[in-house]
Design a protein around this ligand. Structure first.
Ligand code: AMP
Length: 434
């Protein structure tokens, strides 16, 4: 995707920073991803849901967490009289709001939902990071078994594999339950306080507001400190430990490659126990790198935090632009849409309405046909058919309409023959072997 701002031009109207236009040439990638998602969702029993692109800001404050980067720094807040609304920065909190509001609590569990749409974060635009980006979300609500965690991971892994992606690996961690969490926070704070002079200014502040976020800091100095920090896995209670072990055993049995990442905590407050990301390992000019394509985890406390009955849940989100970038880099090109083999040319005032009508008859017969009805010259219409690489042109003039005839021209041999107008669909079907 091209994120660079338009080249300076006389036109002062340019797309906003961090956004891009989805041009016709890129839609085949979106269509391909959507088609694979639909098939995969149907197979796994997920039902589609779409929520508004803006929501009451409290849903994100309470759901995602006020001290998270997404809410604190990246939310687009709407000002024009619509106080208290924000463009959605992620899907899970909105889906949970819809789940509660629409009485889905009464549905048989687990309730499996999926969504495909745009999200908004006021980030610093860079490669693979946009201010408006598309995500695919899959959520399983109502069960707390580790098999659900493994199945969500399996689902995304299989989705990416089905799209043709290789060299995928799951990054995995458990951040435990509330008890493990508070035990770990104490240990982590103690450790970080003893080194706080070396932390970046942002992390010094985070030490008070949200110390877990320090584990995600990209600054070299902070990363050096984090590398020797105590790990949350050592603070897990017996139940959380057993739960995580089961997730790992299930992934082993599914042959899904994973690596434990003790400092993967994810940027949102609602997670507990299993958290994961799916990366694609890349090597360019001898440089190894990883692209995060999917992020997700368990969120057993979000539904009650948003006013619902306490209900366990697990889910994840994949970034569409990043998947498309990889598809392009790996030269995995989705097939083009079918092209028409027939062109309908018209000449004269009586022919025009009949041609419009005939065009619709072809649609009903499910035969693709091209046209250029706004042109009156036959030469121009034949030229267009030629540029489109179309073999058969039907020519309908005033005389033909009156005599119930139509001319069929073979653009390769230049041969022409006259056929009956009211039989033409049948004749074309025969020619195209339909
Ligand atoms: P998150 O919602 O932050 O867990 O992100 C899930 C996935 O969405 C990531 O792994 C990325 O593939 C994608 N993603 C997140 N933020 C952006 C962004 N600003 N631009 C493009 N893709 C993004």
């Amino acid at each position: 995707m091209d994120t660079t701002p338009n080249k300076p031009s006389k036109n002062k109207f340019q797309r906003p920073r961090g956004t891009y236009d989805i041009l016709p040439k890129d839609f085949k990638y979106f269509d391909k991803i959507l088609t694979v998602c639909q098939k995969q969702a149907h197979f796994y029993g997920f039902k589609r849901i779409e929520t508004p692109i803006f929501e009451n800001i409290d849903i994100f404050n309470r759901g995602v967490g006020e001290a998270t980067d997404i809410v604190e720094k990246q939310m687009f807040i709407l000002k024009n009289g619509a106080q208290g609304l924000a463009l959605r920065p992620e899907a899970t909190a909105s889906i949970v709001r819809a789940y509660i509001e629409n009485g889905m609590t009464n549905l048989s569990r687990p309730v499996k939902l999926w969504a495909f749409g745009p999200f908004f974060r006021h980030e610093k635009p860079q490669a693979g990071r946009f201010r408006q980006f598309w995500q695919i979300d899959f959520e399983t609500i109502g069960r707390n078994s580790p098999v659900i965690d493994a199945q969500i991971i399996q689902f995304f892994f299989s989705l990416l594999t089905r799209l043709g992606l290789k060299k995928l690996v799951v990054g995995l961690n458990s951040i435990g339950c509330a008890k493990c969490h508070s035990r770990y926070l104490k240990i982590l704070k103690l450790f970080l306080r003893s080194r706080q002079t070396n932390l970046c200014p942002n992390c010094k502040r985070r030490l008070k507001t949200n110390p877990l976020r320090i584990l995600d800091c990209k600054k070299e100095k902070c990363q050096e400190i984090v590398a020797t920090a105590p790990q949350i896995l050592d603070s897990l209670c017996k139940k959380c430990r057993a739960n995580f072990k089961e997730v790992l055993e299930l992934l082993d049995s599914l042959n899904i490659p994973y690596r434990l990442d003790p400092f993967l905590v994810r940027g949102l407050d609602y997670y507990n126990r299993t958290v994961f990301e799916i990366f694609l390992d890349q090597e360019k000019d001898g440089q190894k790198s990883q692209i995060a394509l999917v992020g997700g985890g368990r969120y057993d406390n979000l539904i009650s935090a948003l006013g619902g009955i306490p209900t366990p849940a697990c889910g994840g989100a994949a970034g569409v632009e990043r998947i498309i970038n990889v598809l392009k880099e790996q030269e995995i090109v989705p097939p083009e849409e079918k092209k028409p083999n027939v062109f309908l040319a018209q000449l004269g005032e009586t022919a025009k309405p009949r041609a419009l009508n005939l065009f619709e008859e072809f649609r009903k017969a499910n035969i693709l046909i091209a046209e250029d009805f706004s042109r009156d010259s036959l030469k121009a219409q034949l030229g267009r058919a030629d540029r489109l690489g179309i073999k058969y042109v039907l020519i309908l003039g005033q005389k033909e309409v009156i005599e119930n005839q139509i001319i069929l021209r073979n653009m390769e041999t230049k041969e022409q023959k006259t056929l009956k107008l009211d039989q033409i669909i049948k004749e074309i079907k025969k020619i195209l072997n339909k």
